[in-house]
Design a protein around this ligand. Sequence first.
Ligand SMILES: *Cc1c(COP(=O)(O)O)cnc(C)c1O
Length: 280
Amino acid sequence: MKLDPTRVTELASNLLHTLSSIKAVSNGNRHVRLVAVSKLKPASDILALASKPSTDNTDHETSHLPHLHFGENYTQELLHKAEILPRHIRWHFIGALQTNKCKQLAENIPNLWAVESVDAAKKADALEKGRKALKEKSPNTEPVRVFVQVNTSGEDSKSGVEPDATYDLAKHIVEECPHLKLQGLMTIGAIARSQAAKEGELNEDFVTLKKVRDQVARDLSWEASKLELSMGMSADYEDAIRQGSDEIRIGTSIFGSRPPKKVATDEKHDEESNKEGEPK
Ligand SMILES: *Cc1c(COP(=O)(O)O)cnc(C)c1O
């Protein structure tokens, strides 16, 4: 795969800028994971950030590389990229999840690090089945981390479980899915909420996710810190970190604006149900 040095420098610099602002907002004393959201971007963009800079390059501009965590929204696109890109990448599936794609994701992508959009027990069961099948073939297989996606804004168009239903799904994953690891909760949230937060208010979606997390942790008898909060995108990640986020998912600020979405037939459903996941 050919890398364009100008593009590599540009991406490395965007990533560095994002990492510095995470550090500034979190005061450097709390680890916040950055998932670089590469959907609809070429594999070469990912490789540019996931490669080790050459050893003669001790430039501080690239000392933050390789970056490991990348997020994708579409099953076919992720399957393809995972196939052709290095195994040390830690993939996050963050898009609208279809039950009939779950097994394939968990079974065919050994370095699938997390699925963040689990919103139904049957999807967790299908992921479990896929991971179990992979583990039978490769005993060193790690569990897939999962986040329960919560609909914090109450909008009908949003995917995610209702706050009140979060515990039941979390419990199901912990008790019934030994090849999954409950890692935390995820929300996308409403654009209006991030705008309100820009004007000095708290982002209500982030307030809600944290409240739900604290309650679910209590009900599971877990430390709250054992359940992560995945919240914050390019437009609102600084507020999200101030409100306790453990993981932010950033696309546009690193890779630039995205091309129009693909309309491959097998992605149609993804497209439809993921519309609301798009901030712009
Ligand atoms: C696309 C997407 C992101 C990244 O959005 P940007 O605004 O480009 O940072 C984050 N989370 C989810 C679930 C997404 O679908």
